[in-house]
Design a protein around this ligand. Structure first.
Ligand SMILES: [Zn+2]
Length: 55
């Protein structure tokens, strides 16, 4: 399970665009973004339907 490196929250959404990918923390007091490489990003347990993509 993903956990936010800044606040420890487990609620986040995948985010991906042309040159950035990672998880966006959904905690209302955090909202930080954790950048990931392809392998880490691919291992995050979340369906593609829930992912945000602006590619
Ligand atoms: Zn967070």
């Amino acid at each position: 399970m993903w956990s936010c490196p800044y606040c420890g929250n487990h609620s986040g959404v995948k985010f991906r665009d042309r040159n950035l990918k990672g998880m966006l923390c959904m905690h209302p007091d955090c909202g930080r973004f954790e950048e990931m490489d392809d392998q880490t990003f691919g291992g995050v347990d979340q369906s593609e339907e829930e992912a945000w993509s602006f590619a």
